[in-house]
Write a protein that binds this ligand. Structure first.
Ligand code: PNW
Length: 491
C-alpha cells in the first residue's frame, strides 16, 4: 500500500512537473474575472435594453443545456457590494468585469443613454477603487444589443461604428477611474460559436464565410475603439487598451514536419487569425493563401476570407497597449492533408485535426484538458512572436460540478500558475497580471449552470444567491497573500 502511494505521488508530479517555490514579483497583480451577462441578472431592470443573449435564451430554452438563462444569474446587479467584499477577502488587486452595452445604451445607439446603467457602473467602479482593487473593464463580452443583432450583428461592418460610439461613451463616463480597458472578449469564440457552430447567440451556422466576416468586423470595431481612446482620451486619462484573444497551445502530434506544419496551421487559424492583424498587420499569410486557393477552386471570384483593404490593414495594425490572453487548454495538432473541395468551411480551409494528450487530465467541459506546460509554452510564443510590452492572462480556469471541495481546480491553478511564474522568472516574459476565471460560479453560456468555473460557489436555488468560498478560493487567497504556490517559498 505504502509503495503504491509513493508511486502515485512520484508519477503524478512527473506528469504535472515540479511546482515552483519561487515568489511572484511584487509588481505582479493577482485578480479574478467575470462577465456581465454571466453574473449580473436584472436583464430588464432600470431601463436596460435587450441583448442578443436575452433573445437567444428566451426564444428557445432548449438551446441551453439545463434550459436556464441569465435573467437572474448571480444577481450581481443587486449584490455587487457583496462581490466587492469577496474580492477584498481574496486579497486581489485586480478585477476584470464587463459592461453590458444594452444596460447603458438600450438599443445600442447613442440616441438614448440609460443614466441608471451609467450610474450603476460608476458607483461600482468607485467602490472597487476605494477597496484598493483596480478595475479592468471589458467593453464587450458577447451581449450585443438586440437592435444591432437585427442590423446583421457582427456581419455588418457598420457595427464597428456603433461600437465606436458606445466605447466613446464608456471612456467619457468611466475613464477617469479605469486605466485598463479591453475592447472585445474572445472574438474567435463569438465568431466560431455564434456565427459558425450556432451554439451561441445569435445561433448562425455560417462556417464558410460568416465566421471570416465576423472576424473582420470585430477587428475593425476593436481598432475603432482603440483609435478613439488614443485620439480623444489617452492623453488625459492615461490608461491602456487592448483586445482579449483566446488561444490554445498546440503541440505537434509527432516530430514529423507535416505535424509541425499542422500545429502551425492550427495556431495561425486560431491565435494568428486575431493576433496577426493587430500585432503584425493583416491576416496570417497561411490563411490568406489557403482560403484564396480554395475559394478559387470552389468557383468564387474572390476569397471567402473577407480581406482587408491596405488602409484597413494599417488601421488595425498596432492597436494594442498590452497583450490580453485567455488560456485554458492545449491541443495536439495533426496535419490532415489538403481536404478535397466540397462544402466550403473554415475547418476544411484549416486542414488540421486535433486531439488531446493521453496523459492530460480532462475536466467536465469537453474542450478543457489540463496540460500545464502549455501555459509556459504559449506565453513564450506570444511574447516572441507578437512582441508586446506586457501580457495579462485575462482568463484561465477549470470546470467542475457544484462541489465545494474542488481539489481538481487547485491542482490545475497551481500547476498553470507555476508555469506562468517560470515564464516570468526563467524566460523573461513580462506577465504583469492574472485574472482567474472565475470569481463566481456563473451562467456558462450554452452549458447553463451545469459547469461551474468559480473559486466561490453560488447557490442558484436560493433567492439570495448565497456565495460560499470553495477550497480553491481559500487556496487562492493564500497564494495572493504569500505570493507563493507552495507551503514555503525561497526568499
Ligand atoms: C471563455 N475553448 O470562453 C469565456 O470568455 C467565458 O465567458 C467563459 O465562461 C469561459 O471561457 C469558460 O468557458 C471560452 O474552447 C470558451 O478553448 C471556449 C474555449 C475557451 C474559452
Amino acid at each position: 500500500m505504502k509503495v503504491l502511494v509513493v508511486l502515485s505521488v512520484c508519477c503524478l508530479s512527473g506528469i504535472l512537473g515540479q511546482i515552483s517555490n519561487k515568489k511572484f514579483p511584487e509588481s505582479f497583480q493577482f485578480g479574478a474575472a467575470t462577465a456581465a451577462y454571466q453574473i449580473e441578472g436584472a436583464w430588464n431592470e432600470d431601463g436596460k435594453g435587450e441583448s442578443m443573449w436575452d433573445r437567444f435564451v428566451h426564444e428557445d430554452p432548449t438551446r441551453i443545456k439545463d434550459g436556464q438563462n441569465g435573467d437572474v444569474a448571480c444577481d450581481s446587479y443587486h449584490k455587487w457590494r457583496e462581490d466587492i467584499e469577496l474580492l477584498k477577502e481574496l486579497g486581489v488587486t485586480l478585477y476584470r468585469f464587463s459592461i453590458s452595452w444594452p444596460r447603458i445604451l438600450p438599443d445600442g445607439t447613442p440616441s438614448q443613454i440609460n443614466q441608471a446603467g451609467i450610474d450603476y457602473y460608476r458607483t461600482f467602479i468607485k467602490a472597487l477603487k476605494e477597496a484598493g482593487i483596480e478595475p479592468m473593464v471589458t467593453l464587450y463580452h458577447w451581449d450585443l444589443p438586440q437592435h444591432l443583432a437585427e442590423l446583421g450583428g457582427w456581419l455588418n461592418e457598420e457595427i464597428a461604428d456603433y461600437f465606436g460610439d458606445y466605447a466613446r461613451i464608456a471612456f467619457r463616463s468611466f475613464g477617469e477611474d479605469v486605466k485598463l480597458w479591453a475592447t472585445i472578449n474572445e472574438p474567435k469564440t463569438t465568431c466560431m460559436n455564434g456565427y459558425g457552430s450556432g451554439e451561441m447567440a445569435p445561433g448562425l451556422k455560417l462556417l464558410a464565410d460568416g465566421v471570416y466576416q465576423c472576424a473582420k468586423v470585430q477587428l475593425l470595431a476593436h481598432a475603432k475603439a482603440y483609435h478613439i481612446y488614443h485620439d480623444e482620451f489617452a492623453a488625459q486619462q492615461g490608461g491602456k487598451i487592448s483586445i482579449v484573444i483566446d488561444a490554445t497551445y498546440n503541440e505537434p502530434a509527432s516530430d514529423s514536419d507535416l505535424d509541425k506544419f499542422g500545429a502551425e496551421l492550427e495556431t495561425e487559424f486560431n491565435l494568428g487569425w486575431y493576433a496577426n492583424p493587430v500585432y503584425i498587420g493583416d491576416w496570417p499569410e497561411l490563411m490568406k493563401t489557403r482560403i484564396a486557393n480554395r475559394s478559387q477552386l470552389e468557383g468564387y471570384s474572390f476569397s471567402r476570407l473577407a480581406e482587408f483593404t491596405p488602409e484597413e490593414v494599417q488601421y488595425v495594425k498596432g492597436t494594442f497597449d498590452y497583450f490580453a490572453l485567455n488560456m485554458y487548454t492545449s491541443l495536439v495538432a495533426h496535419y490532415s492533408g489538403d481536404f478535397g473541395i466540397g462544402e466550403p468551411s473554415y475547418y476544411l480551409d484549416k486542414g488540421t485535426s486535433t486531439s488531446y494528450g493521453a496523459d492530460w487530465t480532462p475536466s467536465i467541459a469537453s474542450w478543457l484538458y489540463s496540460y500545464p506546460p502549455g501555459m509556459r509554452k504559449l506565453l513564450n510564443l506570444v511574447w516572441t512572436k507578437y512582441n508586446p510590452s506586457s501580457i495579462y492572462v485575462t482568463e484561465n480556469g477549470w470546470a467542475t460540478d457544484t462541489s465545494l471541495n474542488d481539489q481538481g481546480r487547485i491542482d490545475y491553478l497551481q500547476a498553470y500558475l507555476s508555469n506562468l511564474l517560470e515564464a516570468i522568472l526563467e524566460d523573461g516574459v513580462n506577465v504583469a497580471g492574472y485574472t482567474t476565471w472565475s470569481l463566481l460560479d456563473n451562467f456558462e453560456w450554452a452549458q447553463g449552470y451545469t459547469q461551474r468555473f468559480g473559486i466561490i460557489s453560488v447557490d442558484f436555488d436560493s433567492p439570495n444567491r448565497t456565495r460560499t468560498f470553495k477550497d480553491s478560493g481559500r487556496w487562492y487567497q493564500k497564494v495572493v497573500a504569500t505570493r507563493c504556490l507552495t507551503d514555503s517559498c525561497d526568499g
